[in-house]
Design a protein around this ligand. Structure first.
Ligand code: HEM
Length: 219
């Protein structure tokens, strides 16, 4: 498979794998998600949708008002940072280059290979399952922000809330999108632990490869 966004350096052994904007927005996003989810759990506990509460020990904010302060502070970070990532992804061609193409055949093939432990990971190139997961989590984050807006300003955004079946519908969308996000993060972090050489390049943007890479090509 051709290098999607890797670029061969002079030495032929160090490749550039993640653009600066992607790295910066990724780690800001990870921190914002951590604050949003844990403070959101505390807000949920003040008025649970279901017959369970989240253990207070894993929540942020201490009490409802404290949690709301964290949630409303981090939401600006999440939304603005997300907009920068989305704008960069579209305008620079990062999304089509790294997350596309994607087909059901490729997803099934890569999933079967991954379950057999036979899917090689090439730094800088996402396999079809990763592409699906990353596109999926971007959509989940968009759903979280939109349902959050409907809950935050139900009068101003009543049209948005109506699309989700009203205020209670928006609460359900917000809750289940949070569940999907948490599942993504758990699987994502487990995958990074299983393939640890992907971790440092997500900070530095560079990776050392054993053999000289082929010249960068689109695809
Ligand atoms: C908390 C919420 C997180 C979300 C929503 C998230 C989402 C993403 C997305 C969308 C990408 C692809 C970026 C792109 O190329 O445009 C990515 C890549 C990556 N993320 Fe995260 N991430 C999160 C947290 C984390 C954490 C906590 C770690 C580290 C333990 C991590 C490690 C990585 C690595 C290493 C890659 C590159 C994978 C590779 O090269 O194959 N992420 N993440």
């Amino acid at each position: 498979m051709a290098l999607a966004f890797g670029k061969t350096e002079q030495s032929g052994r160090v490749i550039r794998v993640h653009p600066l904007t992607v790295r910066v927005t990724h780690w800001i996003n990870a921190l914002a998600v951590l604050v949003m989810v844990t403070s959101g759990w505390r807000i949920y506990d003040a008025s649970p949708l279901f017959a369970f509460v989240i253990p207070p020990g894993v929540t942020l904010g201490g009490w409802l008002a404290g949690a709301l302060l964290w949630h409303f502070a981090a939401m600006w970070v999440l939304a603005l940072n997300g907009l920068i990532y989305l704008a960069y992804g579209v305008l620079s061609g990062h999304f089509p280059r790294t997350l596309l193409p994607l087909s059901p055949t490729a997803i099934i093939r890569d999933l079967v290979e991954a379950l057999r432990g036979r899917l090689p990971h090439e730094l800088g190139i996402y396999n079809a399952v990763q592409r699906l997961a990353y596109l999926g989590v971007i959509l989940v984050l968009v759903a979280l922000v939109l349902s959050g807006l409907a809950l935050w300003k139900p009068v101003q955004f009543q049209g948005l809330a109506a699309l989700m079946g009203g205020y209670e519908g928006a609460r359900l969308v917000h809750f289940f999108a949070m569940c999907l996000l948490v599942v993504f993060v758990v699987v994502h972090v487990v995958m990074v632990i299983l393939v640890p050489r992907t971790f440092l390049p997500m900070w530095s943007g560079r990776a050392r490869v054993r053999q000289p890479s082929a010249p960068a090509a689109s695809g």
